[in-house]
Design a protein. Sequence first.
Length: 295
Amino acid sequence: MSVAILKSHEKDLGGGFVVRRLLPSAVKQAVGPFIFFDHFGPIDVAPDANHDVRPHPHIGLATVTYLFEGAIDHRDSIGSYQRIEPGAINLMTAGSGIVHSERTPHDLAGQPHRTHGLQLWAALPKAHEEDEPSFTHTPQADIPVVPLDGAIVKVLIGTAFGQSSPVRTYMQTLYLDVALQAGKALLLEGLPAEAAIYPISGQILIDGVALLPHSMALLEGGAAPVVVAGSGPVQFVVIGGEPLDSHRFLFWNFVSSSKERLAQAADDWSAQRMGRVPGETEFIALPKAPLRPAS
């Protein structure tokens, strides 16, 4: 397997809510449109834990939230409310700017429960960076499921194994959730120009080489790897798509092809000009560090 390997680093989002972050990295800024990749959990949440994420802004990207366990209440400044549950795809397109919160649902608050999932950001093409913000929820029942020999593939976004997801994107995007039985193999053909594999649980081998937990394998263009489960069942995701049309700059929760646009977004948020989540008064302040967009 001739691939680059990305190792995760841990980041505490507050209240002891720790995520493993893979993208962006010094090795690779993005895989297809995916410019941000966080894996959280599985976490046994104590009754007194507070993992709520207060209102905060985004521009120039689409957040993609996918849960394996637990639930999250999503609210945003365009009036959307959605309980996010396992198996559904939730796509919030920030475009010119949106504010949202992610909170523990009332029925789980104060109760021991588990949470486990992924949040990815997809950078928007330059022509759509300033589109009107929107939110779409695709329930688990609408996600195509492909049964294969020893494998179950959920086509979360894009097209694979003869099935296409109803989730609409601005550019070619692939996002698969794969469950593979112990000792079984799966050939991944027809991958986009940029693609990567990340194990959720269990040990997988890619073309005979073991991929360590919490690591991401960046595949070469045109690759058709064979993924084999080790001694037990495994679960992994495949992400990718066509390359971004230009370099992106990142600062905090903002993504843009223009550094000046990031500075404007920072000023707008500091002045509270980006809207509010209905019924909420809390918010996360702009970081005190000076604006130094990632290159």
